[in-house]
Design a protein around this ligand. Sequence first.
Ligand SMILES: CC(=O)SCCNC(=O)CCNC(=O)[C@H](O)C(C)(C)COP(=O)(O)OP(=O)(O)OC[C@H]1O[C@@H](n2cnc3c(N)ncnc32)[C@H](O)[C@@H]1OP(=O)(O)O
Length: 251
Amino acid sequence: MFFPIQDLLFMDELFEVPWKKRCGDTKSSHHSFIKDHRKCVRSLDFETSPDDRMSFMGQADAIIPGKLYDPTNEVYVQGRKRAKSKIHEFNNLHPDQEELRDNLIRDLFGSCSGNFLIEQPFYCDYGSNIHIGNNMYSNHNLTILDVVDVRIGDNVFFGPNVGLYTAGHPLDLERRIGGLEFGLPITIEDNVWIGGSVTVLPGITIGKNSVIAAGSVVVKDIPAGVVAVGNPCKVLREIDERDKRRTNFRK
Ligand SMILES: CC(=O)SCCNC(=O)CCNC(=O)[C@H](O)C(C)(C)COP(=O)(O)OP(=O)(O)OC[C@H]1O[C@@H](n2cnc3c(N)ncnc32)[C@H](O)[C@@H]1OP(=O)(O)O
């Protein structure tokens, strides 16, 4: 069973995901949202850089961070189909077909500002909400659930099996099994290294130059310039001058 859009909007009033970090509190536009979904979405101030490519959905259909939406809406279904098809092609290319791999990702992502290397396989929901900086490297099996923006800075490295999940479901049973979802954006700032098998949850920002230890589950923002470890991921220490001098990397 899926909720019709009118019900979804009224239920949304009861379900306000805390979301004030980058988009501000969207409550002021909430009533017009109930009256006229498209009009309201257009009135929101989306943070897109001038060179961002237009999302495949167009801003009128973009998912609002922290608001419930129905992923079975045809626009989203088509968006995911488009992405799956390109990803299938990407994942099945011979590793020597570097130019084709590169072109497929450039076509899929919202923006790519320089060179990058994403090892196969790679997975995402829409691709158009992913924005990557220069010199990004991802080892095998990066999964990005990009129902809303995922912004990755310059010189960001990912170990194998990393998951960046902007998507979530309500905790209460009725709306969850009814199929509703929400998304909160993820930002990975410049020069971050994310170790293997790290999971980054919706709404997280990882500050520049930080290192996230293998296997961590990042549930809160991580400041700049630190090593953070564990589940839940916590700051272990700052990265300092001693790290510059360190030559012994034995266990
Ligand atoms: C781009 C790519 O493809 S990368 C390839 C994939 N490689 C990886 O994923 C490796 C990721 N590396 C790590 O996780 C490393 O542990 C680092 C870089 C975070 C830290 O390395 P170091 O500074 O050498 O830390 P060190 O080994 O001294 O450990 C410091 C403490 O953190 C703990 N710790 C280190 N790593 C982890 C971890 N992944 N999870 C939990 N605790 C950890 C250690 O047990 C130690 O605790 P203690 O002081 O109580 O004994």
